[in-house]
Design a protein around this ligand. Structure first.
Ligand code: SAH
Length: 504
């Protein structure tokens, strides 16, 4: 059997965006991923679905797997011919025992590569707004372990050297020993007034920063119940945080915001929330589902030769219509004489995938825009408008009133996606600051998916609703609608969310 290969990959400090491109490529090709407590589990989604994932971090009893066991596991997996990614928090060669793991691989003649990662100290400084070096404050930087296992480590630290200069010091694993670290630095020459910052869970929406001086930081840690994992940054550069703070003062920083809309519609919303510092929790309560009965749509497709207009107002409608067209044994040529109308650029792009361009597209990308565009053209014309089952509809009402002969069959249905109930339960158990609903259907499905004993949790969380109809459904379900924008758009809803949290 051929020997496998081990990629020792730095996962970065937490924010999945801080993984290197090389690290991502390794994960995508992995057959086995062996990962730690400090490596963000979201990164595992990069690995193929059938790759084996082995967790070697803290177990429930807060017990680390002994390093010997991890080494043995690495060797065993690699010798069985596997492509192994050993994913380690931060950088593998900075206080990560990556050096020891690589030595063991070398002893067994197992080929390996080392992919560096953004180490916690660098990341914490960047995300706290503290430049580790600055010409006006310091010319050097030391990275130091604050680990006191068997107490010998700390005694090996050259306190005289660290205390003497004015260089920036970054301690890893030092929170438990902070009182001793501060005392050693003061007694070896650092002024007691030297500023110190502790940064916990750096780069994540749960990042917390505590600032003090060598004199008072240990007491502050006790007072605030500040817990690891955190890095400790010591030096005059810490003062620059007042000027350079940029991450943990974002308007929605740290807010855990539940998104109930369908996954395909959630991406832009989630990305915008992330930019504002929030942690979007994707719990789609709705997904596109096939219909039980296509008779009405099939009849309309059989009648395309006599159809004047085809209106498509969503990417889902485009996809569902063309899928059914194919099922009926036809293709885009069946639309030869039909005027194609899309609601906006996204539906036009979806249409382009079938080699077609829209003939008409409103400037206002909403149902209102479609109505305004067609109202004067369609008296006596036959219009096909495939849409979502059960969708309430302005286009049907208004164009029928304008004298059109409207055929509006359902082209697709919707249902809660698999796993929705357990995702929701987990999110609520971990804590949610805001629920968001962008349609009445998402509210109804949310309530249906909720475990009975979670209902009191859900009704205690403020709700952001996109508009009056959705709010009404939410209130009837007993939810607490705290946010409803004047204009029913995601952007306006986000603005209203910012205003809401700024008042808290
Ligand atoms: N190899 C890792 C360090 C592992 S040692 C790296 O390069 O970052 C573990 C220590 O790293 C923790 O005790 C803590 O001091 C620090 N650490 C790791 N991730 C962190 C994070 N997201 N925020 C703050 N400190 C972190």
């Amino acid at each position: 059997m051929t020997t496998g290969f081990v990629h020792l990959v730095g996962a970065g400090p937490g924010d999945p965006g801080l993984l290197t491109v090389r690290g991502r490529d390794c994960l995508r090709a992995a057959e086995v991923v062996i990962y730690d407590y400090l490596a963000n589990p979201l990164l595992l989604e990069e690995a193929p679905a059938d790759a084996e994932r082995i967790y070697v971090g803290k177990s429930r009893g807060h017990h680390h797997r002994p390093q010997e066991e991890i080494n043995a596991l690495l060797v065993e997996q690699a010798l069985s011919g596997k492509r192994v990614v050993r994913l380690k928090g931060g950088d593998p060669f900075i206080f990560g025992r990556g050096g020891e793991e690589a030595q063991v691989l070398r002893q067994h003649n197992i080929p390996f590569e080392i992919v560096p990662g953004v180490t916690a100290g660098h990341a914490a400084a960047a995300y706290a707004g503290i430049p580790l070096t600055h010409r006006d404050y310091t010319t050097s930087l030391s990275m130091v372990t604050g680990h006191l296992d068997a107490s010998k480590d700390l005694d090996h630290i050259d306190w005289a050297h660290l205390g003497a200069g004015s260089g920036t010091l970054v301690f890893y694993m030092g929170v438990a020993n902070l009182a001793r670290i501060a005392a050693e630095l003061i007694s070896h020459g650092r002024p007691a007034s030297t500023p110190v910052a502790l940064v916990r869970w750096a780069t994540l929406p749960s990042q917390e920063t505590l600032v003090g001086t060598l004199a008072d930081i240990a007491a502050q840690v006790v007072q605030n119940g500040f817990k690891p994992p955190a890095v400790i940054i010591v030096g005059e550069v810490v003062r620059l945080r007042n000027e350079l703070r940029w991450f943990d003062n974002r308007p929605l920083f740290g807010k855990r915001i539940l998104i109930t809309r369908s996954l395909d519609q959630a991406a832009d919303f989630a990305a915008r929330l992330r930019e504002l510092g929030a942690e979007p929790l994707l719990c789609p309560t709705i997904a596109i589902a096939p219909l039980h009965d296509y008779a009405e749509l099939d009849a309309a497709i059989a009648d395309l030769a006599d159809t004047d207009y085809l209106i498509l107002t969503s990417v889902n409608a485009v996809d569902a219509f063309f899928a059914r067209l194919a099922d009926c044994g036809k293709d885009a040529r069946a639309l030869a004489g039909v005027t194609l109308v899309t609601v906006g650029p996204k539906t036009a792009a979806a249409l382009a995938q079938f080699g077609l361009c829209p003939d008409l597209m409103p400037t206002d990308y909403r149902a209102e825009g479609v109505v305004a565009l067609l109202r004067d053209k369609v008296a006596g014309k036959k219009i096909l408008y495939p849409k979502a089952a059960l969708a309430r509809d302005l286009i049907v009402l208004e164009l029928t009133a304008a004298g059109a002969n409207l055929c509006a069959p359902a082209a697709y249905g919707s249902a809660p996606p698999a796993g929705a109930a357990s995702a929701l339960h987990t999110a609520l158990a971990d804590g949610v600051d805001l629920l968001t609903f962008t349609a009445s259907s998402t509210v109804r499905n949310f309530i249906d998916l909720l475990r009975t004993d979670d209902l009191p949790l859900a009704t205690a969380i403020p709700v952001a609703s996109i508009g009056p109809l959705t709010s009404e459904t939410a209130r009837q379900a007993g939810l607490d609608v705290a946010i409803e924008p004047e204009e029913s758009t995601i952007e306006a809803m986000i603005e209203a969310m910012i205003a809401f949290f700024s008042k808290m």
